[in-house]
Design a binder for this molecule. Structure first.
Ligand code: HC0
Ligand code: SF4
Length: 576
């Protein structure tokens, strides 16, 4: 450790720390716009300037290592003035239409202007002739160069966390911009729409393609029967938008809010997650018994599907043919549901709420058109978009009482809810496959080897005389490692779960923004996942095959898992 003094307070810190880390550890939140712990450390925004005794220059705290005897001042007039000056330079090219901006009230730039007491004269909308075209052509992501402050966080998240490299710095000097190569639209790049770049953007330069208006219109349309389903991970994070502590599960409040918004029926993607386990578990056993392509890989994360389609097209046969729970729920809501309710399937409008930006792309994919040639899911909202609608409707979310979902498609087991955390699909699958293979109701429910945040998790599970070898990867960097092993013929697994986002869906690209200064203090992925495991352990039923409504669906409509009807409605194919 070394001894330093920051703002008059003596502190001992490990010698590999920066001044920024040392200051933050003692409760001094030096402002930053480009810095992201462990991901981006360039000093580009120059907001973290500090004074060092005996040195005339100001230094960026995020790049400056501590040394013994160092004396730092973080809040002198000179420092504050320099930060304000840098902020004004950033604002000179920033389109400040703050009231109508999608990040209003949770924009790190706006916060900083307010904290540093910058006067309104610097917060100006750019004149029309200075505005550059916005890229809104992809189904998932909008890039608005008029908002970009060139912090580089998105570039680092894509390149260093996801190992994909879609976003790059282009041009020089005043012309500098952040964009895909050749200035292409996202839609013409192999971007997987994971939205990890959106999650780290401090402003609204990257955001989801909003479908809020489409959903309001459907809700107003008296001819339509509008139903909604929510992904597992949404309930683990929606409360954050309304001031509830991170990790508070809000399933009941979410149902109440959706009913207040005017949905005719409130269902749940967790139902579809249980259904997916029935199909995927059966498919796995068929492949093992009949010598099908192994390892079989999960197919429910659309970012992951887009990744394998672009980067490992030779391995597509390894993918399970199952649609994702979002699409399976949609397919059932457009077929069996109208049949039992006497509704015209063409008038059923399915909305889903997802923690994911890539789900917008998935819902619009041609391969997902169901037997009737219509979409399984008509509109996809992110968790953030749902929060906006709730605010627009003046609903005081935090004080809502717990509501219930509607029969029968909101029935779910604990296995369905853990899908939203990395390892959850695998654990849910093992719970069911183990019972099927052993022909018994096994006592064992929790498989801790596949839980947690290690990049790649492996386990060998003994079921009767069969050993099932599994692996779980989250984030495309980790997925890449497993795919390379398969290519080299070195992967002797039976089943692999892959989720495109690090941490799984709980940290998807559509989840509530977390301020970068908070990301260091809270383990976001862990807290949100905990909410899901708590819901699981509190559920009387914890295995997908125990879901009575899924059982009813098979009995009355589908027949058996992976049967003819299932193939028509619940399975798909993938193409390079
Ligand atoms: Fe997920 Fe899903 S678990 S991908 O992470 O499988 O987005 O939460 O909805 O579809 O269920 C996301 C989350 C889902 C799907 C489910 C799967
Ligand atoms: Fe990269 Fe994902 Fe952002 Fe696309 S969505 S640019 S793949 S981080």
């Amino acid at each position: 450790k070394v001894n330093i003094k920051i703002d008059g307070i003596d502190v001992a810190v490990p010698k590999d720390k920066t001044v920024l880390q040392a200051a933050r550890s003692m409760g001094i939140n030096i402002p930053t716009l480009c810095y992201l712990e462990g991901i981006n450390k360039t000093g580009a925004c120059r907001m973290c300037l500090v004074e060092i005794d005996g040195d005339k220059k100001l230094h960026t705290a995020c790049t400056l290592a501590v040394w013994d005897g160092m004396v730092v001042k973080t809040n002198t007039k000179r420092v504050r003035d320099a930060r304000r000056m840098n902020l004004r330079l950033i604002l000179a090219n920033h389109h400040c239409d703050c009231l109508s901006c999608s990040r209003s009230k949770n924009c790190e730039l706006q916060d900083m202007c307010s904290d540093l007491g910058l006067s309104d004269e610097y917060l100006k909308a750019l004149p029309k002739e200075k505005l550059q075209p916005v890229d809104a052509l992809s189904p998932s992501i909008v890039r608005d160069p008029n908002k970009c402050i060139l912090c580089g966080r998105c570039v680092a998240a894509c390149k260093d966390v996801q190992k994909i490299e879609i976003l790059l710095f282009a041009n020089r000097g005043l012309e500098t911009s952040v964009e895909p190569a050749f200035g292409d639209s996202f839609k013409d790049t192999p971007c997987i729409y994971c939205g990890q770049c959106i999650n780290v953007c401090p402003v609204a330069a990257l955001r989801e393609k909003s479908e809020i208006e489409k959903v309001w219109e459907a809700l107003e349309n008296k001819d339509l029967h509008v139903v909604v389903q929510e992904a597992p991970a949404v309930r683990a994070a929606l409360g954050e938008e309304f001031g509830l502590p991170m990790g508070t599960p809000v399933t009941g409040k979410m149902y109440t809010a959706l009913r207040m918004l005017g949905f005719d029926k409130v269902f749940d993607t967790n139902f579809g997650a249980d259904l997916t386990i029935m199909e995927e578990g059966t498919e796995l056993l068929h492949r093992i018994k009949e010598g099908g392509k192994l390892p079989m890989i999960t197919s429910c994360s659309p970012g992951w599907i887009r990744y394998i389609e672009h980067y490992y097209p030779d391995l597509l046969e390894h993918l399970s043919t199952c649609k994702s729970p979002q699409q399976m729920t949609g397919a059932v809501l457009k077929s069996y549901y109208p049949e039992i309710e006497g509704l015209d399937p063409k008038k059923v409008f399915v909305v889903s709420v997802m923690p994911c930006t890539s789900k917008k792309f998935e819902a619009a994919k041609e391969e997902m058109l169901n037997g009737h040639g219509t979409r399984d899911v008509d509109a996809v909202l992110t968790t953030r978009e749902l929060a906006k609608m709730i605010r627009e409707a003046s609903i005081d979310f935090a004080s809502l009482s717990d509501g219930k979902g509607d029969d029968i498609f909101s029935d779910y087991t604990g296995a369905g809810v853990i899908f939203g955390a990395t390892g959850g699909v695998m654990e849910a699958a093992i719970r069911t496959v183990a019972d099927i293979v052993s022909g018994q109701e096994l006592e064992e429910i929790e498989y801790h080897a596949v839980r947690g945040l290690d990049g790649i998790k492996e386990a060998s599970i003994q079921i009767g005389d069969m050993t099932v070898k599994v692996a779980v990867a989250h984030g495309t960097e980790n997925a890449q490692k497993l795919m390379d092993l398969i290519r080299e013929g070195k992967a002797d697994y039976h089943f692999i779960e892959v989720m495109a986002c690090p941490g799984g869906c709980v940290a998807g690209g559509g989840q509530p923004h977390v301020h970068s200064s908070q990301m260091v203090k809270i383990n976001v992925r862990y807290e949100r996942a905990k909410a899901l495991y708590t819901e699981d352990s509190g559920n009387a039923k914890r295995k997908s095959h125990h879901n009575p409504s899924v059982q009813r669906l098979y009995k009355e409509y589908l027949g058996e898992p992976c049967g003819h009807k299932s193939h028509e409605l619940l399975h798909t194919h993938y193409s390079a």
